[in-house]
Design a binder for this molecule. Sequence first.
Ligand SMILES: Nc1ncnc2c1ncn2[C@@H]1O[C@H](COP(=O)(O)OP(=O)(O)OP(=O)(O)O)[C@@H](O)[C@H]1O
Length: 261
Amino acid sequence: MNKLLEVKDLTVQYDGGDYAIKNINIDVNDQEIIGIVGESGSGKTTLVRAIINLLSSNAKIVSGEVIFCGENIEKYNKEQWRKLRGNEIAMIFQNPGSYLNPIMKIGKQFIESIRSHRDISKAQAIKKAKDTLEKMGLDDGDRMMNSYPYQLSGGMKQRVAIAMAMAMEPKLILADEPTSALDVITQAQIANELLDLRDKFETSIVMITHNIGFAAYIADRIVVMYDGKVVECDNKSQIILEPKAQYTRTLLQTIPELKGS
Ligand SMILES: Nc1ncnc2c1ncn2[C@@H]1O[C@H](COP(=O)(O)OP(=O)(O)OP(=O)(O)O)[C@@H](O)[C@H]1O
């Protein structure tokens, strides 16, 4: 298996605060889905923002490295990051509303986004946008392209946001609670679509979630974080069936029991 991403001994601190994450080591293989779980404040968002170089201005990487496709991307300059972000690594944020421009139709935003990364004609960009929307289960591409974000449901907006990230066929998607604002049925549908996309686009996904049950469904491996550190990282069956850390056992107790008829 090929390593796509290696996070080595990564430590991040916010101004005036203690370490938000400390000595984090994580590998992501090609086409692998990693679920990052842990309670609020455990450092999940800080970790993925550090990976994609989108930490807030009051945060700094104190030590460590982020290796992507064999290169230390922490050393990249602005121009190298501009090329990498969106093309090779894409981020899907928690709230799609903050991602989409409310006063611009989906189609226009989608086409602008594609053409800012790829030198292709408008007609080619429209085709790519519609194709990707379809792959995300949004069959009526024309209606979608002609809609404003407020005309779409939360689930549709989240699918659009994911489609915009996938259109560039990035090698790695970082997703911060991409379904947390949605109802369980829509969460399950989007989880299935993400699994499908991993197969179609051969993408690796690092997904943050509060919900260890959701991680158990979608991820190959689960990273459990607590207080800025990795307490356990293993195959999901190992984490779910034979957790080593007490904290993981506590998290597992939060999964509602599924009762069959
Ligand atoms: N912009 C910031 N300025 C200062 N401290 C911050 C900032 N963002 C996060 N922190 C601190 O860093 C630590 C980790 O926070 P982080 O948001 O990464 O955790 P999280 O696991 O993603 O939480 P949540 O699930 O609530 O999003 C916390 O102690 C938090 O208070």
